[in-house]
Design a protein around this ligand. Structure first.
Ligand SMILES: Cc1ncc(COP(=O)(O)O)c(C=O)c1O
Length: 329
C-alpha cells in the first residue's frame, strides 16, 4: 500500500491568491485592457476560449516571433502554446510575414485563383503525395467538407471516429463512446444548442482496437474513418505497431474511405506522419500550422476518391478502384 498525501486545500487557495496578486502587480496594462475588453466582449475576449487560462486577467500580447512572446507589459515568455499549434513552426516566420504583406497590397479576396495557385497545388501534391487538393479556412471546415464528400460519394451515412478524438468544431465528431453500446456514440456534454441528434450517424471505437473497428465497418454502411494517425488531443496515444496497416486493410475491404487529419501530426516530418510511415490515406487533411499561422486548411485526395459527378443532386460515377466502393454508389 502506498501512503496517500493529502493536499491541504487552504494552502492551495493561499498559493493561488498569491500568484493572482503577483500577476496583477506585474501586468497593470493587461489588467486595464482586460477591464476595457470586458465591456464589449462576451467573457471579455474576442474568442471565448482565450479565457481558458488561469490568469485573473487575460494576458494581452504585444508581439510574438519564433517561439517567443512579449506581453503589453513588456515581459518576455517562451511560448509553449504556440497558438494551440497554429504557430507550431514559429510565430510569423519571415517568408510568411513577407508573403502576407505583399498579398495585402494585391487584393485580399477575389473569389478567383491567382497566377500562383497552380504552383501551390503542385507543391501540395509533391509534399503530401496526393494528386487533388482543395483549400478551406479551418480544419473544422475541411473536415466538415470531407465528411460530406465521403457520404455523397459512397452513398453511406455513417462516420467512424476514435474515442477521445478532436477534429475541430464538427458536430458529427463531438461525440464520445457509448459505454452501453459497442460502437455506439453519445453527444459530448460540451455541445450546446444542438437540436439535432448530431451523434446519430457517428460510430466511436477505441483507438488501437482492430476488432472494434472491424465490427463498426462490417455492415458496409460507413462512408469514412476520420482519424489522427496518433491521438494528440487525448494525451498523446501512438498507434500500436501494425495498427494502421491493418486498419487501412479493413477500410479497403469494407469500401470505407480512410481520412487522416494531420493538423497536429504534421510536425512528424516533411509530408507529415503518413508520409513518414508509408501510409496512403484516401483523403488527407491539415490546417493551422500548414499556412504558418494564417487561417487556412488543405485537404487532398486520391484521383479515385473524388472522381464523380453531381447531377441534379445525385452523385454518380464514384468507383474508386483502390477502395473498391460499390460501382455507381
Ligand atoms: C486534429 C485536429 N483537427 C482539427 C482541429 C481544428 O482545427 P481548426 O481550429 O483549424 O478548425 C484541431 C484543433 O486543435 C485538431 O487538433
Amino acid at each position: 500500500m502506498h501512503d496517500t498525501v493529502a493536499i491541504d486545500p487552504a494552502r492551495l487557495q493561499a498559493l493561488l491568491q498569491r500568484e493572482r496578486a503577483h500577476f496583477g502587480r506585474h501586468h497593470p496594462r493587461s489588467v486595464a485592457l482586460s477591464a476595457q475588453a470586458q465591456q464589449h466582449y462576451v467573457f471579455g475576449v474576442p474568442l471565448h476560449w482565450m479565457r481558458d487560462w488561469p490568469t485573473p486577467a487575460s494576458l494581452f500580447v504585444q508581439h510574438a516571433r519564433g517561439a517567443d512572446l512579449t506581453c503589453v507589459d513588456g515581459h518576455g515568455y517562451a511560448d509553449f502554446c504556440l497558438g494551440d499549434t497554429g504557430a507550431m513552426f514559429g510565430h510569423s516566420p519571415e517568408p510568411v510575414a513577407a508573403a502576407v504583406a505583399e498579398q495585402a497590397y494585391r487584393g485580399l479576396t477575389c473569389m478567383l485563383p491567382d497566377e500562383r495557385s497552380a504552383q501551390v497545388g503542385q507543391w501540395l501534391a509533391e509534399r503530401f503525395g496526393l494528386p487533388r487538393w482543395q483549400l478551406a479556412m479551418t480544419t473544422s471546415d475541411a473536415n466538415r467538407f470531407v465528411i460530406r464528400w465521403a457520404r455523397a460519394i459512397t452513398a453511406r451515412p455513417y462516420l467512424v471516429v476514435f474515442d477521445g478524438c478532436y477534429h475541430g468544431a464538427v458536430d458529427d465528431t463531438l461525440v464520445d463512446r457509448d459505454p452501453q453500446q459497442r460502437g455506439g456514440s453519445v453527444r459530448r456534454p460540451s455541445v450546446l444548442g444542438q437540436v439535432h441528434a448530431h451523434h446519430a450517424y457517428t460510430r466511436v471505437v477505441p483507438f488501437n482496437d482492430l476488432e472494434a473497428l472491424q465490427d463498426a465497418l462490417a455492415d458496409g454502411q460507413v462512408a469514412a474513418v476520420l482519424a489522427e494517425p496518433a491521438l494528440t488531443n487525448f494525451g498523446l496515444v501512438p498507434p500500436q505497431p501494425g495498427f494502421w496497416d491493418a486498419a487501412q486493410a479493413l477500410c479497403q475491404r469494407h469500401g470505407t474511405l480512410l481520412v487522416l487529419d494531420e493538423t497536429h501530426t504534421l510536425s512528424t516530418g516533411v509530408g507529415g506522419w503518413a508520409r513518414a510511415h508509408g501510409l496512403t490515406p484516401d483523403v488527407w487533411v491539415a490546417g493551422k500550422a500548414v499556412a504558418g499561422g494564417v487561417p487556412c486548411a488543405v485537404y487532398g485526395c486520391t484521383d479515385g476518391s473524388m472522381s464523380f459527378r453531381v447531377e441534379s443532386n445525385t452523385v454518380t460515377g464514384a468507383s474508386p478502384a483502390r477502395t473498391g466502393w460499390p460501382a455507381g454508389a
